[in-house]
Design a protein. Structure first.
Length: 117
């Protein structure tokens, strides 16, 4: 029975590169050797994600403090509670993250095609 030899350590695993690129856009490109592009995409995506997460947590803390206050119906507290999440910023950061994700996917597909040929 002939068995295939194990892959050499220097060969890049496309499955691992794909998994890396799915979980962190740009990480798969970094793994495949496109270090500058991968680093820029991964860094920008992480910055968008962390900014979105931080902004959401700050908005949630503000919302919670308004909701737990003594008299919620006093003054304009209901309007403040509705505006606590900064919806435009959250949507903008989410859109920027999606654009980075799509760019990473396209660049990764092109890099994968170059490796296969």
């Amino acid at each position: 029975m002939a068995t295939q030899p194990p892959p050499l350590p220097s060969q890049k695993s496309l499955r691992l590169a794909t998994a890396l690129n799915v979980f962190l856009p740009g990480a798969g490109l970094f793994y495949l050797g496109q270090r500058v592009v991968g680093s820029v995409l991964a860094g920008a995506f992480l910055a968008c994600f962390l900014a979105l997460f931080g902004l959401f947590l700050a908005g949630y803390a503000r919302y919670l403090s308004i909701a737990m206050s003594e008299n919620l119906l006093e003054g304009n507290k209901l309007e403040e509670a509705g505006a606590a999440f900064h919806l435009n910023w959250l949507l903008g950061l989410a859109a920027a993250g999606m654009v980075l994700y799509l760019c990473s996917t396209v660049l990764f597909t092109l890099a994968k095609r170059r490796i296969k040929t």
